[in-house]
Design a binder for this molecule. Structure first.
Ligand code: ATP
Length: 336
């Protein structure tokens, strides 16, 4: 499978007199393969927008390398930009224009044949409303128009920053179907979103960024499996045998948490070993199930952004350097 996007050791530092030095990207890596829907996840202030803007040549990095479709950027950006469609910040459209006029204008400016306008309207499901003014559109319709504008060039790589922002569940589902259809047609989609359930449903692979560094990457199933911690749920034929089972497993070095009708084990590499230990004590297992984690728990664990009762987490405290007041602060976060 060919690599469409490659980022290695990317660094970006912002300096300001008031806020000091801020390492927005601190040796960030990313790799996206062709035809994949790749999720780009990170808490507020972790460096997602900086990465995307740097990739598109809107910001100059301080170090590292990037390649799109095998060509080094920003040097080769003029050569590859025609193959990249991106919605990085909510695009503004003329409210009095219709969707068709809007796309026609953009097609003209981008030297795209006008026949492509109806093709993209069809693709994003706006064909029947294309003659209406944009100011009468719902948020979901405006998002579709934004995607349509990014599709005009028939890009090989489509970058969507928070495409589901503000959409209702129906709109989110439609955006999901559209994204999957585009990937099925061979397009590679890089998708940043805070809706983790959505990313888990839609993406083949993910990169998780925290404090300007990659903290996890790979196929979604693999990332989930790697962070499940070998958790296993065990039920026995007789509930009354649970204390004896907990005892036997603890003696064998397994971490056990007892529940009224089952045991939870952690760090189990080979579940078959559990049944062997128990059978050796005359205890018979009725269920031995690996427990899968979801992307949200993996994200919260890796980015240290799980809410802590009684604490208001501040955004990206630890990305500041040279701030004597907060030398060891950790974690990006949710607070303002
Ligand atoms: N122009 C700028 N000047 C100074 N600091 C900046 C600038 N742009 C971004 N930053 C800082 O760089 C860090 C990364 O910001 P960035 O916008 O890339 O994060 P993000 O992951 O996109 O966040 P969000 O999910 O909230 O959009 C933050 O600490 C932010 O305050």
């Amino acid at each position: 499978m060919s690599v469409v996007l490659e980022i290695e050791g990317l660094r970006k530092t912002y300096k300001s007199r008031r806020r000091g030095v801020r390492h927005a990207l601190d040796g960030f890596d990313m790799r996206v393969e062709q035809g994949q829907v790749h999720g780009f996840l990170g808490p507020n202030g972790s460096g997602k927008t900086t990465t995307l803007r740097t990739l598109l040549g809107l910001i100059r990095p301080n170090g590292g390398r990037m390649a799109i479709l095998g060509q080094e950027v920003p040097a080769a950006l003029p050569a590859v930009v025609g193959q990249v469609g991106a919605i990085v910040e909510s695009p503004q459209f003329f409210p009095h224009f219709t969707a068709r006029d809007t796309l026609s204008l953009l097609a003209g400016a981008g030297e795209v044949p006008q026949t492509r306008v109806d093709e993209v309207l069809e693709l994003v499901g706006l064909r029947d409303r294309a003659g209406e003014r944009v100011k009468t559109y719902s948020l979901g319709m405006k998002q579709r128009l934004a995607v349509a504008s990014a599709l005009l060039k028939n890009p090989k790589l489509l970058i969507l920053d928070e495409p589901a922002n503000g959409l209702d569940p129906g709109g989110i589902r439609e955006m999901r179907t559209l994204t999957r259809d585009l990937a099925a047609s061979g397009m590679t989609v890089l998708l940043s979103s805070h809706i983790l359930g959505e990313i888990q449903l839609i993406c083949d692979s993910v990169t998780i960024i925290s404090l300007g560094r990659r903290v996890a990457f790979g196929p979604v199933d693999q990332v989930l499996a790697e962070h499940s911690g070998g958790a296993v749920r065990v039920r026995l034929e007789a509930v009354t045998d649970l204390p004896a089972a907990a005892d036997a497993l603890s003696r064998a070095g397994v971490a056990v948490t007892a529940h009224p009708d089952h045991l939870m084990l952690a760090g189990v590499e080979k579940p078959a070993q559990v049944s062997r230990i128990l059978a050796g004590q005359g205890l018979y297992v009725s269920e031995l199930a690996p427990v899968t984690v979801d992307l949200e728990s993996v994200f919260l664990e890796l980015t240290s952004t799980a809410p802590v009762p009684g604490q208001h987490r501040q955004v990206d405290q630890s990305t500041k350097v040279g701030d004597a007041g907060q030398p060891g602060a950790v974690g990006g976060g949710w607070g303002a």
